[in-house]
Design a binder for this molecule. Structure first.
Ligand SMILES: [Zn+2]
Length: 513
């Protein structure tokens, strides 16, 4: 039995998610013939309707599928109702509870189906048994949500009266990924199969810590103070430099054991590829003159648009990082104008100390906020990537954070480039494990030391090196892992008050400067 997911037709949103999760998948083209044994789960797409007979055979012989409501309704002749929603909140006690809530800002489709049961009523996720197999039905269009480029100001929850906010991606893409992941896992388990995927981090680390700095025309004295704190704590930060002053570039170039990358020449993202390209090119040339060869880029204001994406590709950047495209998520290659970009996107936690200050956090509250974000990401095995502007000072907060994370067990410390390099290596790995007699079988040519495997079964999870081509599940000690975040006040979070209007106005004013 193969442990791969089949995707019906070309579905870029699902491909992004499966690559992020490291789950092996194959695209099922129009004329591709398949048997029950070929796929642990099939994700149905638009072309599923024209292949109805094949899919019914698959289901009746015990196959499992993930479908969206509209496709499912068409296949099974069900009535459907659509509704516009801003966000969905998961049930308190369902398989999907850890999602908390997901910003959708679009249409959901609700099927009328007496033969299916709710897995999460609030999220409108259903399961229906069909033949010896079954289907999980999602209410939204995953491809549409994952390839959405809109942004808006959002509040980030922290248990106090005033919440920090930032302009970030409108759709919570990480939450959509989690919903798809939980649905797939449930289908693997219903199929009595383990879910096998590539780990998120190298070296079997539980998480990684990356510290990003945007220099934003700060004084060199402030940058130097920040550098000193990094150096004292052995933190190799990734610095995104403004490049107006050749004098300052020379000083940055003397930093030891730090990554130097490009922030901007003019602190702006333009609407045309030509202007963005020109701005990037000046910045890169100026850095190169000082002996700095930047491979990474982080845009002013976290802004991202198609014109910038094209310019970054043309300049052959290795990676970029913009929270208006995505935040608090795993890296991915954005789907730009009909194809996947060659520039890896590395999402970060988008709330910086400047935003906390604007929301009147005291110094102690700022430290507590970052401690809480970091602790939660570590417990959930998500990358910890935070950023700062040296001109916002408060260096002692970062000194305290660095000292705290240095005590974390099994936490890796990387620069953005190091993480991007490893992630690209992982993205290119094509492993297709098989499952037989409670053993996972890997091909010899796939074995390597750089990426490990995560194996999930209903009893727990295990992290394994990919050094043996046969993994006997009877010999493995599976651990239960469960962690929920803090309770979030969703209603309050989504209510727009006068402060958010004021901050939007301030952002527009800053961009005009
Ligand atoms: Zn900036």
């Amino acid at each position: 039995m193969k442990l791969a997911v089949g995707i019906c037709g070309f579905q870029p949103g699902y491909e992004i998610i499966l690559k992020q999760e490291g789950i092996p998948f194959r695209t099922i083209s129009e004329d591709y013939d398949f048997e029950k044994e070929d796929f642990a789960v099939i994700i149905l797409g638009r072309n599923a309707v024209s292949r109805k007979e094949k899919i019914m055979d698959f289901l009746h012989s015990g196959g499992f599928v993930l479908s969206e409501a509209e496709i499912f309704a068409e296949l099974f002749h069900l009535r459907i109702k659509t509704k516009k929603v801003d966000y969905l909140i998961a049930e308190e006690k369902s398989d999907f509870s850890e999602v908390d809530f997901a910003d959708i800002f679009g249409k959901i489709s609700i099927i009328k189906d007496a033969k299916s049961e709710f897995l999460d009523k609030n999220l409108q996720i259903r399961f229906r048994k069909i033949g010896n197999g079954g289907a999980i039905i999602l209410p939204f269009d995953v491809n549409l949500l994952i390839t959405d480029f809109r942004s808006m100001r959002k509040k980030f929850y922290y248990p106090r009266k005033e919440q920090p906010s930032e302009i970030v991606a409108k759709i919570s893409k990480a939450k959509i990924r989690k919903i798809v992941m939980i649905a797939l896992r449930s289908l693997f388990f219903r199929n009595n199969l383990p879910l096998v995927r590539l780990s998120y981090f190298p070296e079997n680390w539980k998480s990684i810590f990356i510290f990003r700095l945007d220099t934003d025309f700060c004084s060199f004295a402030d940058a130097e103070k920040m550098y000193e704190i990094c150096r004292q704590n052995d933190i190799r930060a990734t610095w995104f430099l403004d490049t107006e002053s050749d004098e300052k570039i020379k000083q940055y170039a003397a930093f030891k054991n730090q990554e130097l990358a490009l922030h901007c020449y003019k602190h702006k993202v333009y609407d045309t590829e030509r202007e963005n390209f020109a701005n990037l090119e000046i910045g890169v040339r100026k850095l190169e003159k000082a002996g700095v060869k930047p491979v990474g880029f982080a845009a002013p204001f976290g802004d991202w648009n198609l014109a910038l994406a094209h310019a970054l590709e043309k300049m052959k950047f290795f990676y970029s990082s913009e929270f208006t495209l995505d935040y608090d998520n795993l890296p991915f290659f954005p789907f730009v104008a009909g194809k996947f970009s060659s520039v890896l996107q590395i999402p970060i936690h988008p709330v910086s100390l400047g935003r906390l200050r604007r929301s009147h956090f005291s110094e102690d509250e700022m430290l507590q906020y970052f401690r809480q974000v970091i602790r939660q990401k570590y417990e959930k095995r998500e990358p910890i990537i935070i950023y700062h502007h040296p001109h916002h000072l408060h260096f002692n907060i970062f000194d305290a954070i660095f000292k705290e994370v240095s005590e974390f067990e099994n936490l890796g410390f990387l620069t953005m480039t190091e993480f991007a390099q490893w992630w690209k290596f992982r993205s290119n790995l094509q492993i297709f494990p098989e499952f037989s007699h409670n053993k996972i079988l890997l091909k010899k040519e796939n074995l390597n030391k750089n990426v490990s495997l995560e194996v999930q079964i209903p009893q727990g999870v295990a992290y394994l090196n990919m050094e043996k081509s046969e993994i006997d599940l009877d010999e493995i000690d599976f651990q239960k892992e469960k962690s929920r975040g803090m309770k979030v006040d969703y209603k309050y979070l989504h209510k727009k008050g006068w402060r958010e209007f004021l901050y939007d106005w301030e952002t527009r004013r800053n961009k005009k400067k």
